[in-house]
Design a protein around this ligand. Structure first.
Ligand SMILES: Nc1ncnc2c1ncn2[C@@H]1O[C@H](COP(=O)(O)OP(=O)(O)O)[C@@H](O)[C@H]1O
Ligand SMILES: [Mg+2]
Length: 1109
């Protein structure tokens, strides 16, 4: 509902006409009256087509509120009453949506409201473009750059309390979505002469007053300043305070803005130090001093100020002082120093102050640009806002070089306006072949040419004059102008050849006049040359470069002696011309939007509408021509293709595709839509629409149609989406159902199966348990019977046992009790006879007695001393059992020792032999036990006593160990032959018993083995070493009654002689070597028919059998 109340056209509730195109009749009076009527009703904005005329209301109006911003946001240009916001919105939207770079050109006289308008545009764009923390910071920085630049670049003038004394062009950069990214500010020629001198009724730049009013005492002290304005020569006193301006508050705003823009504290401090230094420079005064050589020389009056400046800036005082008194001119190789007179010294001082300030200003712009520049490298869309100083005319020929420059700039802007609106538009109609009656307008190109022409232009001549050698003054410059420009229509001068001005007393001799598009302006030629030269003595720039103050040093790079440049710097005029040219080029690439500012009165007062003043402005701004062109022309044009593309959906034939040429398509379209024929025209390549309303109608239709189309597309899309979704779901449903059914059946089957198994298992289990129970019961019955029987038997047995035990215990108890009773009785009876420990003593005594008795008994019953006596008396007491056994052992050992001690050495030897025999034969040979009792005699045969054996005795000269008669078994028949067997230390000998002849002699070393049977016989074989001399007849098979003795002695003798143990083999079957044959000797158990003598029989060639009884 709220929207219903909102205006839908600027025609609603219109005061006068909102758009001058609709004005009827159209003439100057009606134009002014319409403006006046609207102005009186607080309608300060009026359109000429898309151009906004703005009249300065000089009072705050409630039309810039956030609600207003919302109202104008995204609305068509002609929908609401004229407003600067409508233009801003249009520009912003076509930048954002159609990707067209925009520029907003704000023109008008000084004080007409350009700067305010530019701020309104910026704040509107800031309000409607993107939001977000980052974007907001960018916006804030862009907006806050204004107060900073205004403080340093604006001043109170007679026309405007806040007049911009510099030109400003600001590019605001946006990304593709229309969010601001940053900006770039360009500044144009600051009016720096204002620093040292201000016209009457005007002030210096705001910042000086702001510091002195707003800074704290402390800060002022730091800057070595005093609060009193009158202390400073550079501050115009007559209008130091401006009504309605609070310098102190503004100072705080500026400092705050500097902080937001991103100035560091030390940077802010440096900036104010430079401002203070400039202010103090004005207080340096010079006095003349005559020199001997007649030349004037200046001297600083009071060095206190100089000293403070030097302290502030960190410049060596003597350096600065010298720079104020001397001027060094360098040419090629030469350096010439001249002294400065007082006037020159003042000139130098002011030049320094101006330069210092203007360079500071440029530095500020650069510094702000650094802060606000876009951070990304992405392609940017740009909206440029141009707020340049307005056209300026001072009365009484007070116009100087600055005004000349300012007005030149305004000429150029007017030129571009003409180019882009009037000329371009009319030329386009002709180009497009649209029927057109030409409209006359004043083209100011001729004035631009007068100023900027490269050969004959005023600026060119000024430069030429400045560079010319010889004396150059402002007058010589004027003379030159008079010669060159005399015939120019727009140039006037008393001295020009054009005689019509000779008598014009309003034109002083030192002046020239230019007929600007906005009016005639008389320029005072004085100062043109100097200002154009903009000369700063090199000594001063070098002194500045030497400052320890880093900002000042940076402001004067040319002061660096290492970078001395002898070329003249470009003049102020040519610099400005170049930068204006760049600006114009830049603007031409953008879509222009115009705000034409008009000043209603000269008094800066609200509600006053000065018809004459307004009329003058309307005339020179060419607004009437503007309306005429608009009216005759067409509000809107567009090439056929994009037009058809944009509106083709409004007609069935062209939608969705038009096959023919675009122009025919547009014709069909417009016919179909029944647009009146006078409303449009067909050009060669474009369609021209006369009235914006027609366009809006088209736009509205298109919007409606687009909505319908969108709905249609949405409908179809939704239908399609739902259908495909439905089909998919249906398909899925079938699949799912199939799977689910299968799954359900499977599950059901599984369930039934498992149930059946469970039931079955329960039944089986039940049956089995039943059986088990029965079996268990049976078994338990059996077991129980057995257990009961066993228990019963056990019980009976235990009862019987118990009874018997009881009986025995009772009997034993009776005995014990009886014994105790007897003991008690006896003890009672005999107690009187005993002492306390008599029992123990008795016990010991008894024991001693028993022992005594034992030993005495033993003495009596001692067995014989024979070691072989086995007798030992019986043990008398059980408790002496171990003692008795020990005693027996000791006795036996003692007895044996005794026995052994009786032995002679002879006997010992015999026993040793016996022992040896025992070791060799005990338990091995049956003959052995019989030999134990027989003493070993060795020489049984006394050879030495028997003369029969004298020969034998002689043959053997060694000691004879054995001499005995043995039987030698004949191997042929087993018969025995007697032989004498001798064993000496080294040999074994066999000799004939009768003759005593030695039959064989064997060294003991050749005897390898002695074999014998295990039985009770005396046979033995002496085996000889094979290959030895004795062995030729073979081994000896002998028989002797003293076999044991002989074998033992043979063993012992061999051992002592050869250190080798003789091998004695005891076996019932052994081999004997007879010559070449081996004969086996076998012992068998024979009969006793031959008595107790073993018999030997030859069984066969290889066997000799010995039968042992
Ligand atoms: N739209 C406006 N509403 C109220 N006051 C205005 C408006 N435009 C300008 N002014 C007043 O006019 C004065 C001069 O405007 P300004 O924009 O500085 O002029 P210019 O930049 O054209 O020289 C401002 O200080 C302000 O007081
Ligand atoms: Mg301004």
């Amino acid at each position: 509902m709220a929207k219903m109340e909102v205006k839908t056209s600027l025609l609603d509730d219109m005061i006068g006409v909102g758009d001058m195109v609709l004005l009827e009749p159209l003439n100057e009076d009606s134009f002014i009256n319409n403006l006046k009527k609207r102005f009186d009703h607080s309608e300060v904005y009026t359109y000429i087509g898309s151009v906004v005329i703005s009249i300065n209301p000089y009072r705050p109006l409630p039309i810039y509120t956030p609600e207003k911003v919302e109202e104008y946001r995204n609305r068509n240009f002609y929908e609401l009453s004229p407003h600067i916001f409508a233009l801003s919105d249009e520009a912003y939207r076509s930048l954002r949506d159609q990707d067209k770079d925009q520029c907003i050109l704000i023109t008008g006289e000084s004080g007409a409201g350009k700067t305010e308008a530019s701020k309104l545009v910026m704040s509107y764009v800031a309000a409607v473009c993107g939001k977000g923390a980052e974007v907001n910071q960018v916006k804030e920085q862009l907006l806050q750059s204004n107060p900073v630049l205004e403080a340093f670049g604006n001043a109170k003038t007679v026309r405007n309390d806040n007049s911009s004394r510099f030109g400003k062009y600001m590019d605001i950069e946006f990304d593709f979505k229309g969010d601001p990214l940053g900006g770039v500010i360009s500044n144009y020629l600051l009016e720096k002469s204002r620093v040292v001198k201000q016209p009457r009724g005007e002030r210096n730049f705001h910042i000086f007053y702001q510091i002195l009013s707003g800074a704290s005492e402390d800060f002022l002290c730091k800057l070595k300043l005093e609060r009193d304005f009158s202390r400073y020569n550079y501050l115009g006193l007559d209008s130091a305070r401006v009504n309605g301006v609070d310098d102190a508050a503004n100072f705080r705003t500026v400092r705050n803005a500097m902080q937001i823009v991103g100035f560091m504290d030390h940077e802010t401090q440096s900036v104010f130090e430079v401002v203070a230094a400039v202010l103090k420079l004005g207080n340096i005064e010079f006095k003349p001093e005559s020199r001997v050589n007649g030349l004037d020389e200046s001297k600083i009056k009071d060095k206190n100020e100089l000293k403070e400046i030097c302290e502030l800036t960190g410049i060596d005082q003597s350096v600065l002082e010298r720079a104020f008194s001397f001027r060094t001119v360098e040419a090629k190789q030469e350096k010439v120093s001249t002294t400065l007179n007082v006037a020159q010294a003042y000139y130098a001082r002011d030049a320094l102050a101006k330069n210092l300030y203007s360079r500071l200003f440029s530095w500020l712009v650069t510094r702000i640009n650094e802060s606000i520049k876009a951070q990304t490298k992405v392609r940017k869309k740009v909206m440029g806002v141009l707020d340049i100083y307005g056209f300026e005319i001072f009365e009484n020929a007070d116009n100087s070089f600055e005004q000349f420059i300012i007005n030149y700039c305004n000429e150029k802007l007017q030129q571009i306006f003409i180019e882009l609106t009037l000329k371009e538009e009319q030329e386009e109609y002709i180009r497009e072949g649209i029927e057109w009656t030409h409209i006359e307008y004043f083209n100011n190109a001729i004035i631009c040419d007068l100023i900027e022409n490269n050969q004959t232009g005023i600026l060119a001549m000024l430069d030429e004059e400045c560079l010319r050698p010889g004396t150059v003054t402002d007058d010589t410059f004027l003379e030159k102008l008079n010669q060159v420009c005399a015939t120019h229509q727009h140039f006037e001068s008393r001295m020009s050849k054009c005689s019509r001005f000779l008598n014009d007393t309003t034109l002083p001799h030192s002046c020239f006049r230019i007929q600007h598009y906005a009016g005639k302006v008389m320029y005072q030629v004085e100062g043109f040359v100097d200002k154009n030269n903009d000369l700063l003595y090199r000594d001063l720039s070098q002194a500045m470069w030497k400052a320890s103050h880093s900002l000042i040093k940076a402001l004067f790079p040319e002061g660096n002696p290492a970078k001395i440049n002898l070329k003249r710097p470009p003049t102020a005029g040519s610099q400005f011309k170049a930068s204006v040219a760049t600006l114009m080029k830049n603007l031409q690439t953008k879509n222009p939007n115009y705000i034409r500012c008009i000043k209603p009165n000269d008094k800066k007062a609200a509600h006053i509408f000065n018809d004459a003043l307004v009329c003058h402005q309307i005339r020179y701004l060419g607004l009437l021509e503007n309306v005429r062109v608009r009216r005759a022309g067409y509000a809107f044009r567009q090439a056929y293709e994009p037009c058809l593309e944009r509106y083709k959906m409004l007609c069935k034939q062209t939608w969705p595709h038009w096959r023919g040429p675009a122009r025919t398509g547009v014709e069909v379209l417009f016919n179909e839509l029944e647009i009146p024929e006078e409303e449009f025209s067909f050009g060669r390549s474009k369609i021209f629409i006369r009235n914006p309303r027609t366009l809006f109608k088209l736009e509205d239709l298109r919007k409606q149609r687009l909505e319908d189309l969108a709905t249609l597309i949405e409908k179809i899309y939704r239908g399609w989406k739902c259908r495909t979704r439905f089909l998919l779901m249906k398909k899925s449903q079938i699949v799912i159902a199939a799977w689910f059914r299968r799954y359900a059946q499977q599950k059901k089957y599984q369930k039934i199966k498992s149930s059946a198994i469970i039931v079955q298992s329960y039944i089986r289990g039940w049956k089995a348990r039943k059986l088990l129970r029965e079996l268990k019961h049976q078994k338990r019955c059996n077991e129980a019977a057995t257990i009961i029987a066993a228990y019963w038997h056990g019980t009976q047995a235990r009862r019987e046992l118990k009874r018997l035990k009881e009986e025995a215990r009772r009997k034993h108890a009776v005995a014990v009790i009886w014994a105790y009773w007897l003991g008690l009785k006896v003890r009672r009876e005999y107690r009187k006879f005993f002492r306390a420990n008599a029992g123990r003593k008795i016990y010991e005594f008894t024991l001693q007695r028993l022992m005594q008795k034992y030993f005495l008994e033993m003495k009596k019953k001692m067995p014989s001393l024979s070691p072989i006596d086995k007798n030992w008396p019986a043990r008398p007491y059980l408790f002496l059992d171990s003692t008795h056994k020990e005693l027996k052992r000791i006795f036996h050992l003692w007895r044996c020792k005794k026995y052994r001690d009786q032995f002679t050495d002879q006997q010992k030897l015999i026993y040793e032999e016996k022992l040896e025999a025992s070791e060799l034969f005990k338990d091995k040979k049956a003959l052995y036990p019989a030999s134990v009792g027989q003493p070993f005699q060795g020489a049984y045969l006394e050879i030495s006593k028997n003369p029969k054996y004298k020969k034998l005795k002689d043959a053997v000269d060694e000691k004879i160990i054995i001499a005995e008669v043995v039987n030698k078994i004949n191997r042929a028949n087993g018969k025995a032959t007697s032989r004498i067997f001798l064993l000496t230390k080294n040999n074994v000998l066999l000799a004939d018993q009768k003759s005593g002849n030695i039959k064989s002699e064997v060294p003991l070393g050749d005897v390898t083995k002695v074999s014998m049977s295990s039985q009770n016989d005396g046979f033995f074989a002496v085996h000889l070493k094979e290959g030895s001399g004795a062995a030729s007849k073979g081994d000896f098979l002998l028989s002797s009654d003293h076999l044991i003795e002989m074998a033992t002695k043979l063993y012992r003798t061999t051992l002592s002689q050869t250190k080798q143990k003789l091998n004695i083999e005891i076996s019932d079957e052994f081999l004997v070597q007879f010559r070449q044959d081996k004969v086996c000797v076998k012992f068998i158990q024979g009969s006793q028919k031959n008595g107790n003598v073993p018999t030997c029989k030859r069984k066969n060639n290889r066997l000799l059998e010995v039968a042992v009884p």
